[in-house]
Design a protein around this ligand. Structure first.
Ligand code: UTP
Length: 290
């Protein structure tokens, strides 16, 4: 099935990254030299997405500016003949009109953020990408779209049992093929003791249009927020819910540790940095008596 629209919820406060995120969107934090949100948009574009819908909030205008021309910068680079740098400053531009922005007026949760985009989605399934969940290879949402038939599909991965309370966790059912698994139930932020498995939901979804009616009436859940997982859970039994076990490494860039790890991993993959960085890292590890 062709999925043409993707929602990028970027309305959160990013409190785990304060003070950095006081006046700067978390999604603009760079991994090496590219903001998280650009990785997310590139993954969507590679998957054939044509309409990019951002759910923003106050203080997020840097995201809109990032995906627009910066005439002063571009003219300056052009006049200096810096063609390669100019290409870098323009590579995020897409066909005019393919980006849309709606405001989430209060950070009432991911479910609420997705609901805020309802008028821009017709009677068709839509992809949802959380930019702070960075998955190597930029192909996960594309693989999900290829595997998708109907209902709701969620990216899932195994996490340490000790960490389940930070995630939505699934009750797994039948294994449908190598990467698809039936989801029998879904619970947001369970305790270690009550978690139904260690298979956690991460930030890639394909949602059926019926989800918007559910979100409309969805009560606040864990963390007093309107949870997307609660809305998806309430559709189980009415439509198919599938977990997609992706194979690439995922970095939780909404946490400091994941963000630093992603920066190190992506930097090491850069030819121009690899040797010096690995040498320096080894020296630092030796010095710290590991
Ligand atoms: P997080 O759970 O990481 O929340 O949201 P957060 O507010 O961004 O960060 P912390 O926990 O305070 O540090 C996951 C994704 O959902 C979006 C965020 O922008 C992020 O991309 N989100 C979350 C919204 O768009 N609106 C919300 O109300 C909550």
């Amino acid at each position: 099935m062709k999925i043409k629209k993707a929602i990028f919820p970027v309305g959160g406060l990013g409190t785990r990254f304060l003070p950095a995120t006081k006046s700067m969107p978390k999604e603009m934090l760079p991994i090496v030299d590219k903001p998280l949100i650009q990785y997310a948009v590139e993954e969507a574009a590679k998957a054939g997405i044509e309409q990019f819908i951002f759910v923003t909030s106050r203080g997020k205008s840097a995201i809109e500016n990032h995906f627009d021309h910066s005439f002063e910068l571009e003219n300056n680079l052009l006049s200096k003949g810096k063609k390669e740098t100019l290409k870098t400053a323009q590579e995020m531009l897409k066909i005019p009109g393919s980006f849309a922005y709606v405001r989430q007026q209060e950070p009432a949760g991911l479910g609420h953020a997705v609901w805020c985009a309802r008028h821009l989605i017709g009677n068709e399934p839509v992809a949802v990408i959380l930019a702070d969940d960075l998955i190597e290879g930029s192909k996960t949402i594309g693989e999900m779209i290829q595997n998708y038939t109907t209902g709701n599909m969620l990216a899932v991965m195994e996490v340490d049992k000790a960490d389940v309370s930070s995630y939505g966790v699934i009750t797994p059912g039948k294994i449908l093929n190598n990467s698809n698994i039936e989801i029998l139930n879904l619970v947001e932020k369970p305790s270690k003791e009550t978690a139904p498995s260690n298979l956690a939901v991460v930030g890639r979804y394909i949602l059926e249009p019926a989800i918007f009616d559910v979100l409309e009436k969805q009560k606040r859940g864990a963390s007093n927020e309107i949870q997307l997982t609660d809305a998806i859970a309430s559709r189980i039994g009415k439509s198919i819910c599938t977990g997609y076990k992706f194979s690439e490494e995922r970095f939780d860039c909404g946490s400091k540790l994941g963000f630093i790890q992603a920066n190190i991993k992506f930097s090491i993959q850069r030819k121009e940095m690899k040797n010096e960085l690995t040498k320096w890292l080894k020296e630092e590890i030796m010095k710290s008596n590991f």
